[in-house]
Write a protein that binds this ligand. Sequence first.
Ligand SMILES: Nc1ncnc2c1ncn2[C@@H]1O[C@H](COP(=O)(O)OP(=O)(O)OP(=O)(O)O)[C@@H](O)[C@H]1O
Length: 260
Amino acid sequence: MNPATTLQSAPARTAPAATEAVLTVAHVSKAFGSNQVLRDFSLSLNQGENLVVLGKSGSGKSVLIKCIIGLLPVDAGRITVLGQDVASLDHAALDQLRAKVGFLFQSNALYDSMTVRENLLFPLRRHWLTHRAGEENELVGGALEDVGLAHTADMMPAELSGGMRKRIALARTLILRPQIILYDEPTTGLDPVTAREIDQLILQVQQKYNTSALIISHDMNCVRLTANRVALLVEGRCYAEGSYAELEQRDDPAIHEFFA
Ligand SMILES: Nc1ncnc2c1ncn2[C@@H]1O[C@H](COP(=O)(O)OP(=O)(O)OP(=O)(O)O)[C@@H](O)[C@H]1O
């Protein structure tokens, strides 16, 4: 089933009007021993926008995401998510913040021994968001409808294709109604047709829920189709930022090689 048939009208690629930052990374540095991965890296994600961070393999994109969600401490600089300084949060506060920030893992991280329904209920229970059975069914049904897979609630992950697993993982993120979604290489490992369906879904989620998204990708079709803005991570720094079209036209060879 094509998700484009379930949520009507694919959104236009126009940048949202609001410019309030929901996430800021200010002058962040992070090293592992002598491997300086992030160097004075700065970036901000605005309300309602899809911002893609583009970087070569090993450039530090995953490290950046881990710093944002507080899984890795930064050496210097400051990360603020929804107005909260991540480094200052204790375990409980970080957990509460993570309920507002959806994270779509590259691996999808579904529990293979649980049905789709149980996978979707897991984050609600994990964050102590208890509901009556009827409400739970409604939430699961709604999240599955959002991703075009309403019929899969009783299926096991092993029965699903790679694209379907990705969409179920997104539904599990959506069930908490996150204000920000972090997508880690959402189209990696998918065939081109399925990858474009996931791109459409990312756009549809942005339009329907007005979520802000930080998307890590090196799939240039995904970047072109989903990004309102693109930031290039080169040698640990935010080397350049702009729309896909703006960056594509730059003469700078360090930028051009991404678009070649
Ligand atoms: N926990 C860690 N301990 C030591 N080094 C690490 C750790 N995590 C990441 N690194 C190093 O940080 C650098 C950046 O890794 P990262 O996984 O962020 O790259 P990436 O841009 O996400 O790459 P890819 O696109 O291939 O996934 C690499 O040199 C990696 O070896």
